[in-house]
Design a protein around this ligand. Sequence first.
Ligand SMILES: Cc1cc2nc3c(=O)[nH]c(=O)nc-3n(C[C@H](O)[C@H](O)[C@H](O)COP(=O)(O)OP(=O)(O)OC[C@H]3O[C@@H](n4cnc5c(N)ncnc54)[C@H](O)[C@@H]3O)c2cc1C
Length: 501
Amino acid sequence: MSALPQPETDIGFDLIIVGAGFAGMYMLHKARGMGLRARVFEAGDGVGGTWYWNRYPGARCDVESMEYSYQFSDDLQQDWRWTERFAPQPEILRYANHVADRFDLRADIRFETRVLSAQFEESSARWTVRTDRGDVVTGQYLVMATGCLSSTNMPAFPGLGSFKGQSYHTGAWPHEPVDFTGKRVGVIGTGSSAIQSIPIIAEQASELVVFQRTANYSVPARNAPLDPGYEAEVKAEYTAFRERNSQMMGALGARIQVPDRPALSATPEQHRQEFDKAWERGGLGFQRSFNDLMIDSRANEIAKSYVHERIRAMVKDPATAELLCPTAVLGCKRMCVDSGYFDTFNLPHVKLVDIRPKGIEAITPTGVRAAGQDFALDAIVYATGFDAMTGSLLKVDIRGRDGLRLADAWSAGPRTYLGLNVAGFPNLFTISGPGSPSVLTNMIVSIEQHVNWIGGCIDWMRANNVPGKTRVFMPLLGFPPYVERCNQVAASGYEGFELRA
Ligand SMILES: Cc1cc2nc3c(=O)[nH]c(=O)nc-3n(C[C@H](O)[C@H](O)[C@H](O)COP(=O)(O)OP(=O)(O)OC[C@H]3O[C@@H](n4cnc5c(N)ncnc54)[C@H](O)[C@@H]3O)c2cc1C
């Protein structure tokens, strides 16, 4: 890594972008295309965001590769070749780096630089941004491309920090591979990152203890090398393929043809047939097997029972199988996609520990205390997720009009306009922020839609505004009442007027 540049004190940027994941990278490219001067600040030492930080074993996309990619450049989408149906993290990171090189993005990105604060100055109508490296820059627009799942969540377990072994968080994984061979490993959490990493950690560890508070729904990925025939088919009509996906609820999966009918009017045989098909196909399409699964709790129960049956068939120990059966509404949280997760619990050295209702009682110098027992471990993996959607935004001291803090404006929960803008914070944009479809979609599609919208909005402002002029409604409405008021003032001897003879 070359030496970091000197701190900047440039007050002439049009646009300041925080974050160099897929959102920040495309925002920069867009801004340049519009002739705007932009500066990007990124806390990591490379691009890619999620795929830069989440290097845990088994990390992979659960949206199909041909869909989880940018569409703004047809040359890019034609040239890039994915190798698997669901791309693994290293390949997505390579893609992000390829995009950065191809569009020469790095020149305008300051890496290893965390934005600490951003303040709107009313007099200049500009944002002043300060970083942990001493940069003080201003821009007319501020785009927070800080990511919905980028602020790691580390619960305040008693004794946290006392453990003498190795500790890892899935969302801040070391850059070099971690070898668990022969180690006693504990994984805390059973969300998506745990579900992806547990089968791989189990291949290496001598003992694996999984601490579960809430069981999650997961469907098999059925990952495989990407079929070149399918790739060619998509590339032959990529624009139309993207367009069909954009019409879907989650902006993905249009190629999966499902009968448009309710589970409640189907027979048990038809339920089985459709669910079996979806289970064998793999991936997130499962919850679309019938059109009422997400809107009728009775239909949802039918799908839930099917998943339970599958789990009971996969997991040999009945007590473990019961613990792994989720009780929540199916699809209420984004479903997980796995490769061998449930089968892993049949391995003799893998143990599932139910930590309800007390949770993790303590992290101790030798391991984890939970469910009234002490578990001796060599390594702990915290798969405890993220302070989702607002975490990274609120870590920055953002102040809008009259010094209003974003944290105060959102004290009762985030309030945005379309997940793009916040009242009291002029010229501030959030990408895939709370209030937009965001994490319940193919996020690259959502990111591109937001960046394009922000670009359009800035274009419109530039075409319709005198630069630097505060936008207020200037003429007064209604001629007769206005004349009446003028006459009253004259009759009063011009009371209230500042007149110099
Ligand atoms: C493990 C995992 C798997 C996922 N799988 C999928 C999937 O299958 N499909 C899908 O659609 N989405 C998935 N996502 C969601 C994923 O976050 C998005 O798809 C997408 O990568 C988000 O891009 P982004 O640029 O908005 O945010 P991020 O990629 O999170 O990038 C934000 C960047 O902002 C930087 N940053 C934050 N705060 C500051 C600051 N104050 N100063 C400087 N830099 C800052 C961070 O370092 C980070 O690099 C997954 C997320 C995770 C964590």
